[in-house]
Design a protein. Structure first.
Length: 294
C-alpha cells in the first residue's frame, strides 16, 4: 500500500522552507510517497528525495527492471535489475538492491543488502546489510556496510568500516583504514595504508602489509610476510611463511588476549626468522633453526 503524503504530515518532519514550498507549489500533497520522490528526482531535486527517504523510511514495494540507466535514482522499496545499473549520481534504495550484472554508481546507499552479479564500482558506498559481488568491489571514497564479499578484488581509496567481515577471492587494497568487527580473509595480498583493526582474525594466501598498526582480536596468518609501519598485535597466535616485521621502534605482540601460561598452545609465533622486537607470545622456531640451536 502506498504511503500518502499530506502537508500536515510533511510539516511534522520539519522540512526546510525551500523544499516545503516546492512540494506545495508542485501539488504533491495527497500523492503517494514514491511518486513524490520520482517527481523530485526528475526535477533535479535529488537531495529533497533523499530527505523524504531518510525521514519516512522504506516501503515493501518492489520494482523490477531489465536495465537501469539514469542520472539519479531513488526508490523506497526493493529494487531488482536483471542487467546492468549505470547511475553516475545518487542511487538510493530503501530496502535491498539485487542486480544480475554490474553496478556503476556515484553515491550508492542501500538500507539493506546489495547483491551484484558482476563488478561493483562506486564513488561512495553505504549498506545497512551485506555487499556481495561476483567480481570486484571498487570504491573511490569511503565504504560502510555489515559484510563485504568480493569474488575478485576489494579496493577502496578511502576508509572501510564494517560491522561484520571482509572476504575477497583475490587481493584487498585499502588506502585509508580498514576496521572490521569480525574477520578479514583474502585469497591474495592484503595492503592497508591506514590502521588495520579487526575484532576476529586475519588470514591471507599471500602477504600482509600495513602502513600503520595491525591489530587483531584473534590470530594473524599469512603465506607471505607480515609487515607494518607501526606495531603488530594479535590476541592469539601469529604465523607467517615469510618474515614478521614491525616498524622501527615498535613491537610485535602475540597472546594479548591469552594468559601467559597458555602461550605455547594459543599464542605461538611462527615465521622464517624470529621477529625483532617480539614482546609477547611463544616463539616457535622453525625445525631447521631448532636444529642449529636458534
Amino acid at each position: 500500500m502506498d504511503m500518502e503524503l499530506t502537508q500536515t504530515f510533511l510539516r511534522g518532519k520539519n522540512p526546510c522552507a525551500m523544499g516545503y514550498r516546492w512540494f506545495v507549489r508542485n501539488n504533491l500533497s495527497g500523492g503517494d510517497y514514491q511518486t513524490a520522490m520520482d517527481t523530485q528526482v526528475a526535477a533535479g531535486r535529488v537531495d529533497d528525495a533523499r530527505w523524504l527517504l531518510e525521514n519516512f523510511g522504506s516501503t515493501n514495494a518492489m520494482l523490477e527492471l531489465e536495465h537501469l540507466e539514469a542520472d539519479n535514482f531513488v526508490f523506497a522499496g526493493t529494487l531488482i535489475v536483471r542487467g546492468d545499473v549505470r547511475v553516475p549520481g545518487q542511487l538510493l534504495v530503501g530496502r535491498s538492491l539485487q542486480v544480475g550484472a554490474g553496478i556503476r554508481a556515484g553515491t550508492l546507499e542501500v538500507k539493506e543488502d546489495i547483491h551484484c552479479g558482476g563488478a561493483l564500482f562506486a564513488q561512495t558506498l553505504q549498506a545497512g546489510g551485506s555487499v556481495k559481488a561476483a567480481w570486484s568491489v571498487e570504491v573511490a571514497d569511503d565504504m560502510r556496510a555489515e559484510h563485504v564479499r568480493a569474488g575478485w578484488e576489494l579496493r577502496c581509496t578511502g576508509n572501510v568500516t564494517l560491522s561484520g567481515e571482509a572476504v575477497a577471492g583475490q587481493g584487498i587494497e585499502v588506502q585509508g583504514s580498514l576496521q572490521c568487527a569480525k574477520g578479514v580473509r583474502a585469497g591474495g595480498a592484503i595492503h592497508v595504508q591506514g590502521l588495520l583493526e579487526v575484532g576476529h582474525g586475519i588470514a591471507t594466501q599471500d602477504s600482509l602489509h600495513c602502513g600503520n598498526h595491525i591489530q587483531a582480536g584473534w590470530g594473524i596468518k599469512a603465506l607471505g610476510d607480515i609487515r607494518a609501519a607501526c606495531s603488530i598485535r594479535a590476541g592469539e597466535s601469529m604465523q607467517a611463511d615469510g618474515d614478521i616485521v614491525a616498524g622501527e621502534g615498535y613491537g610485535v605482540f602475540a597472546g594479548m588476549n591469552v594468559q601467559q601460561a597458555a602461550w605455547p598452545d594459543c599464542a605461538w609465533v611462527r615465521a622464517l626468522r624470529k621477529p625483532q622486537g617480539l614482546v609477547s607470545g611463544w616463539w616457535d622456531a622453525p625445525a631447521d633453526a631448532r636444529l642449529q640451536g636458534a
